[in-house]
Design a protein around this ligand. Structure first.
Ligand code: C2O
Length: 540
């Protein structure tokens, strides 16, 4: 293992897409940002220097950050943001992980343009548990707004209503040949040689949308999600939520030609509409540029069955070398409702005296003004409390969609954490409330991977559903979709001391308050405590 040094200069860059230009916040002037490469076991040092007018912080999404919460990145949770003109050295070691992850800004909506791939190769000499691909290609899916994204969210917050949906999706920065701007060009092209196999490292860096991904005429063999190996399976269409990653093999078995690659929204909520499809091209080398492209039909945005087929195929590889160690005995059994609600708002003109909010167990999380991890480490009071409820305040029973039950809806504001003992085991059931409308919530837990042991529609039944849990080879992830009008159950061992954010990775829901934090105490052993903060840790 070695030490890898990176320099991330956060700078503005004028960028043209969809026939219009705007200045965007970037890392090193790139959109998407630079790919960070490392190997399992390496120590990564990234010096982030802020040259823009916004406060900045960078999150290494899915990196465990064992005992190094100071390098995790969510602003006001594990660090104060890096202010204009300042810099911070993120310092972490990659322990027991290999695969594809992503890094992204973790403040405001800067993630829209400040993101990139994080590729962790296995230790030198350790092969993949599948045939070595001829080549590996990073494929980053994202969203693009013609207007400034900070303006989009600020206007939504002022009005109390939902923000505008994006004007396009992108594949490696390009909306693609089928976008509604004639000078858009060919978009991203994946060059392949007939007969060879390629590994796509697919990342959803979009702010607010889950996406389908498919390639005309080619099957995808899924081998890894969220930097954990899965039992390989073949499928036509992948579904990927913001924050999730998927490695898939594609064999160039069609001889020649050009094939459309499509990324289109998956939303099975009745309230959301978006039919923008980003496109790219898979091109067999030697095939004439003038050759017609074989098209593909993206699934309709409400194609729940297509999404379920993919999700239900995911199982941990659970081999001798990569065992799935699912916690069997549970110390903390938690039940969190996640969803939207409506709160009164005197100043919201467009919202008719109300505003959309979001909550976990009816608590709408309020961002503190000092980082929670600092408050915890230095024993500062008044920043947050540890009374986050382990169960909803009103027994949850909802079968929506339909008129909302007001007692189920009303939320209170708070900066609350749920406290876990070091090395305790947690079972957490996440239930979509569907109070305004059923909606899929991709929930991301910082500092941990977890096992997705169960999933179902309707209300979770604590008496019967656990009997159906998969405790042998459930998929291991860091971000999981709570199905629209349904629930998922996850399990993890709280073996990483610190303050760990958990939130919906649809940025609009995070903004509205669909977030909370776990506080995990130090253990007693010498290697069971949070390390001291680095000396250049930003101050608020
Ligand atoms: Cu990728 Cu807290 O986020």
């Amino acid at each position: 293992s070695r030490v890898r040094h990176y320099k991330f200069n956060v700078v503005m860059r004028n960028t043209t897409k969809l026939c219009s230009s705007k200045p965007i916040v970037t890392v090193n002037g790139k959109f998407p940002g630079p790919t960070l490469y490392a190997r399992e076991g390496d120590t990564v040092l990234v010096k982030v220097a802020n040259h823009v007018k916004y406060n900045v912080s960078i999150h290494w999404h899915g990196i465990r950050q064992l005992r190094t919460g100071w390098a995790d990145g969510p602003a006001y949770i594990t660090q104060c943001p890096i202010q204009t003109g300042q810099s911070y050295l993120y310092n972490f070691t990659i322990t027991g992980q290999r695969g594809t992850l992503l890094w992204h800004a973790h403040i405001l909506w800067l993630r829209a343009t400040v993101h990139g791939a994080l590729v962790i190769l296995p230790k030198r000499g350790v092969p993949y548990p599948f045939p070595t691909p001829h080549k590996e290609v990073v494929v980053i899916l994202a969203e693009w707004w013609k207007s400034d994204t900070e303006a989009v969210i600020n206007q939504a917050l002022a009005s109390g209503l939902a923000p505008n949906v994006s004007d396009a999706h992108t594949i490696n920065g390009h909306p693609g040949p089928l976008s509604n701007c004639s000078s858009q060009g060919a978009g991203f092209t994946l060059q392949v040689e007939s007969g060879k196999t390629y590994m796509l490292r697919i990342i959803n860096a979009a702010l607010n949308e889950e996406l389908f991904f498919k390639i005309a005429g080619h099957k995808l063999t899924v081998v890894e999600v969220d930097a954990t190996y899965v039992k390989p399976f073949k499928i036509d269409t992948i579904v990927i939520a913001p924050g999730q990653t998927t490695n898939a093999l594609v064999t160039a078995d069609q001889g020649s030609g050009k094939y459309l690659v499509a990324a289109s929204p998956f939303m099975d909520s009745p309230i959301a509409v978006d039919n923008m499809t980003a496109t790219a091209t898979l091109h067999y080398s030697g095939t004439l540029a003038s050759t017609a492209t074989t098209l593909t039909t993206p699934p309709p945005q409400n194609a729940t069955a297509v999404a379920n087929k993919f999700i239900n195929s995911l199982l941990s590889l659970n081999s001798k070398k990569y065992p799935a160690n699912v916690p069997l005995k549970i110390d903390h059994s938690l039940f969190f409702t996640v969803g939207l609600a409506v709160n009164p708002c005197a100043t919201c003109k467009a919202g008719n005296g109300s505003r959309v909010v979001a909550a976990v167990n009816n608590v709408t999380f309020v961002m503190p003004t000092t980082a929670m991890l600092q408050a915890h480490y230095f024993n500062m009071s008044g920043v947050f409390t540890t009374d986050f409820p382990g169960n909803p305040p009103v027994a949850f029973n909802y079968t929506g969609p339909g008129p909302a039950n007001l007692s189920t809806m009303s939320t209170t504001n708070g900066t609350k954490a749920y406290r876990l003992k070091y090395n305790s085991t947690v079972q957490l059931v996440l239930q979509d409330t569907g109070v305004i409308a059923p909606e899929n919530h991709p929930i991301h837990l910082h500092g941990y991977n977890f096992f997705a042991v169960g999933r179902g529609l309707g209300n979770y039944n604590a008496a019967t559903d656990p009997k159906k849990f998969n405790l042998v080879d459930p998929v291991e992830r860091n971000t999981i979709g709570v199905p629209s009008g349904g629930w998922v159950a996850i399990r993890f061992r709280a073996d990483n001391p610190g303050v760990w954010f958990m939130h919906c990775h649809l940025e609009v829901h995070t903004t509205w308050g669909l977030k909370m934090a776990f506080l995990v105490d130090n253990g007693k052993g010498p290697n069971e405590s949070l390390l001291p903060p680095p000396s250049d840790l930003p101050t608020c």
